[in-house]
Design a protein. Structure first.
Length: 368
């Protein structure tokens, strides 16, 4: 179905439109991604997505002018959640971008997204977008514990100094204050790691180079803990960590207590001109203890430095009081987070009593 006005029309995005949409996004976002990189992201959104069915799902919507040039885009990523143990479709909004010439069509564009039947997610941090989707489109903002703070630690002093020098090259005092801070937090971390080696624990953290063989057994136990949750099943793990261009920038770790798989912890690698850094993407554990958190914190640092030798920082989020305490003690710098998570439930404003969220929900896993 098309929506028209005097200059523009809104149409569903078909495969033949993707190159034009990629060119538009490349121009509107000042070349943050190349056209080829956008096309690779489109593959992840849809072609590699195990839940995308081109016969019933729309890739998204685009605004076209009378010359069929793209002036706006809103992507649509279908996913499947479990609600009270039953599969339910949900949709993630992504990349809502409209040119200045077609701003009057912005709300019409988003209206196409909310016409879908299923829970809708948005992770935008833009204040104006927050207002629009809550007041006009009926979204509720969720504030799970992990959204409140970020915890960051230098992995390598050399790489972190290079990172700081790049971003504060014209600010001598700030640059050196940050470098001294990096040294302080790194020393705390080394002391914490030394202390943790004194405690005996059967918990091991390993890098996954493929989907764990016992993933379905773990997933069955994990999803039974929550009323509404994204399954950590084979299909999602393959899609989110081992498919397409992003697989080389994703670090998936398994947490085992003895031989039992008790958790998955993952990170995305964010590349910038100043250097590379890791940020927590998912934290899915069957249970949490002091020893488990300690093992995840210390062994993640060891594994990540072997995985990439150019990493400057690692950033965690905290999911409970034990994690907050251990991250602070281990030398992580605690900062307020500006992240947001919004859901438009069906029926509207319905309460979801036990919804497990992590940074992997929404479209965060596809972007830095």
């Amino acid at each position: 179905m098309k929506i028209k006005n005097d200059k523009f029309e809104i149409k569903e995005v078909e495969s033949e439109h993707l190159i034009a949409v990629a060119k538009f996004l490349c121009n509107e976002n000042h070349g943050v991604y190349t056209e080829e990189e956008w096309l690779e992201k489109f593959d992840l959104f849809w072609e590699l997505n195990p839940w995308f069915d081109k016969k019933k799902h729309c890739r998204g919507w685009a605004i076209f002018n009378y010359n069929q040039e793209v002036h706006g885009f809103l992507g649509n990523i279908p996913v499947v959640y479990l609600k009270d143990g039953k599969s339910e479709e949900a949709f993630c909004a992504t990349t809502w971008v409209v040119s200045k010439h077609a701003r009057g069509q912005s709300l019409n564009l988003y209206n196409k997204f909310i016409e879908q039947k299923g829970s809708l997610f948005s992770t935008s941090t833009e204040p104006k977008i927050k207002e629009v989707i809550t007041y006009l489109f009926g979204y509720d903002e969720l504030r799970p514990t992990w959204l409140n703070y970020k915890y960051t630690l230098p992995l390598s002093l050399v790489s972190s100094f290079r990172f700081v020098s790049y971003y504060y090259k014209n600010f001598w005092i700030k640059r050196n204050i940050f470098k001294l801070g990096n040294i302080f937090y790194k020393l705390l971390s080394l002391m914490y790691i030394a202390f943790s080696k004194l405690s005996k624990s059967g918990v091991k953290v390993n890098q996954c180079i493929s989907v764990p063989n016992d993933i379905e057994l773990f997933n069955k136990k994990f999803v039974s803990k929550y009323n509404y949750v994204l399954p950590r099943n084979k299909e999602n793990i393959e899609w989110l960590y081992f498919s397409g261009e992003q697989s080389s920038l994703r670090l998936l770790l398994e947490v085992r207590d003895g031989s039992e798989l008790i958790g998955l912890v993952s990170f995305k690698c964010i590349l910038s001109e100043g250097g590379a850094r890791l940020e927590l993407l998912d934290f899915a554990l069957l249970y949490v203890t002091f020893n488990i958190i300690q093992s995840v914190i210390t062994q993640t640092q060891e594994i990540s430095k072997k995985w990439r030798n150019d990493l400057a920082y690692v950033t965690f989020f905290s999911f409970d009081e034990i994690m907050d305490s251990e991250l602070t003690k281990s030398g992580f710098h605690k900062m307020k987070s500006e992240d947001s998570f919004f859901i438009r439930a069906i029926p509207l404003h319905a309460e979801i009593p036990s919804f497990y969220t992590s940074p992997i929900d929404g479209d965060r896993s596809f972007f830095p």
